[in-house]
Design a binder for this molecule. Structure first.
Ligand SMILES: *Cc1c(COP(=O)(O)O)cnc(C)c1O
Length: 479
């Protein structure tokens, strides 16, 4: 390679090509290996300080060799939990499609300012087209709805809580009460705390046996709070719970929120994009009645980590809650035709975040995503069918999306037998994951241990799910 040892900050066109080609050729190897990648190279955290020691050197005064630095980067990326491969059925994988990373490379290279429309109106318009697609086409919100691309579901939920608080409570936070289901993601309670909602004002409402938020119990709690002189302001439903992929009864909750004049937020970080499929659209009916919806393109649009979205019925509400400008910006123009994302969210300086969503959608077409999501629903159904055929397992519910949960079946209903089965369930992932072929995690659902299998990575196909089922059958047989 002809890259000089003292590479200046301003690189020549030849260097742009050579540097890029060097990186792309490493990535081509990585991407080619994705389907083969095992899941099990989980770093040993007991020895982690030693493992990472070679990576902690401070930057040198004189520059180094790109090829050696790329070697180091590749080794660092390999010392990791596999998150790009098809055998990850733990947490909520996504995989990270290459074409989104390419868009990001473009965005970072041209480095336009994404906080204010005037800085790059056409790129802003493209970002806005993606947001309108998510709000109107995916979620079914009315014309005029849009939102903001965030760094993830947690920051989207934070902006949702802040917006609901601003619109419904103004400055008097004292008695504002938020309602959220026991199966909701912990980022909602975290958002509430950050937003200044008192811990004692967060009502965690129980779920029914099917893990759906209990509408009658919610209604009763709201009425009691009103009688006590408190101010209910926000109802959060989950469309695709993280643990079990269950969907709260959205139409009934939307009606309750309307009746009680609460802001209705739907956390669809995991489930939302399944609305691209026919089954998903049916099961996720009611999302279109929300005031705000959290989506996570880095989950169910298979994008690399770092892209979430909050879409809202009324972008004006988002702007009211996130306003703030300084005189340093007084010379920058604005237009009603385009949003200034700095005034819809937390950040001022930001990249053009839409490009990494826009390019994959336009390049592959929406149908490619619809087909992939449909496949994941089929795979979860397939896994459910196979798991219910294993007598040692209890598979409590048919998947509503692409997550199946199961546990070791107790010998009888006695507390001792249940406890023993729970202990066996807790140990099961270690055995399932022992060979390093697949990665599956456990969780706790309603106080009981459960294993969850979440089929979302873009590269996960029938053979990978079957591999996981083989490992599960072997682990169960060894119990
Ligand atoms: C993953 C998830 C979140 C948090 O999203 P991040 O992108 O990890 O911050 C919130 N809600 C639900 C339902 C989720 O599944």
């Amino acid at each position: 390679m002809d890259i000089p040892p003292h590479l200046p900050l301003e690189v020549s066109p030849e260097e742009v090509r050579e540097l890029g080609a060097a990186v792309v050729s490493r990535l081509a190897e990585f991407v080619a290996a994705v389907p083969r990648r095992p899941a099990g190279a989980v770093p040993d955290m007991a020895a982690v300080a030693e493992l990472v020691a070679p990576f902690t050197a401070a930057p040198p005064e004189e520059g180094g060799d790109l090829s050696a630095l790329l070697d180091r980067l590749c080794r660092a990326a390999d010392l990791a939990m596999e998150t790009a491969g098809p055998r990850v059925l733990a947490a909520i994988p996504g995989g990270g499609i290459y074409t989104s990373a390419l868009a990001e490379f473009f965005t970072r290279t041209v480095n336009r300012f994404g906080g204010l429309a005037a800085a790059a109106p056409a790129l802003t318009a493209m970002e806005e087209s993606v947001l309108r697609w998510m709000a109107q086409d995916v979620c079914g919100l009315p014309a005029g709805s849009s939102g903001i691309l965030t760094t993830g579901g947690s920051t989207a939920n934070l902006s949702a809580v802040v917006t609901a608080r601003h619109i419904r409570l103004g400055e008097s936070l004292e008695n504002g009460i938020l309602y959220v289901g026991a199966q909701a993601h912990h980022s909602v309670a975290k958002a509430a705390r950050i937003a200044g909602i008192r811990e004692r004002n967060i009502r965690v409402v129980p779920t029914t046996g099917r893990l759906h938020l209990d509408v009658a119990a919610t209604a009763e709690t709201i009425r009691r709070d009103r009688r006590d002189g408190l101010r209910p302001f926000l109802l959060v439903a989950t469309a695709g719970t993280t643990d079990a992929g269950t969907i709260d009864p959205l139409p009934a909750l939307a009606a309750l929120a309307e009746e009680e004049n609460l802001w209705f937020h739907v956390d669809a970080a995991y489930g939302g994009f399944f609305r691209l499929t026919e089954r998903g659209r049916r099961r996720l009916a009611g999302v279109e009645r929300a005031d705000s919806v959290t989506l996570d393109p880095h989950k169910t649009l298979f994008l690399p980590f770092g892209t979430g979205a909050l879409v809202v019925r009324d972008p004006g509400a988002l702007a009211a809650a996130h306003q703030g400008t300084g005189s340093v910006l007084q010379d920058v123009g604005s237009s009603d035709a385009l949003p200034d994302y700095a005034y819809r969210g937390i950040e001022l300086s930001r990249e053009n975040r839409g490009t990494r969503v826009w390019l994959p959608l336009h390049l592959h077409g929406v149908a490619a995503f619809r087909t992939a999501l449909d496949e994941k629903l089929d795979l979860a159904e397939h896994a459910y069918g196979q798991l219910t055929g294993m007598p040692a397992l209890d598979v409590p519910r048919r998947p509503e999306l692409s997550t199946v949960t199961f546990r070791v079946r107790p010998r009888d209903a006695s507390p001792e037998a249940v406890e023993k089965a729970d202990e066996a369930t807790r140990k099961l992932p270690r055995h399932i994951n022992a060979s390093g072929r697949v990665l599956i995690y456990s969780t706790v659902i309603e106080g009981r241990q459960a294993i969850r299998m979440c089929v979302v990575a873009y590269a996960t196909h029938r053979e990978h799910v079957d591999e996981a089922l083989d490992e599960i059958a072997a682990a169960v047989a060894a119990l």
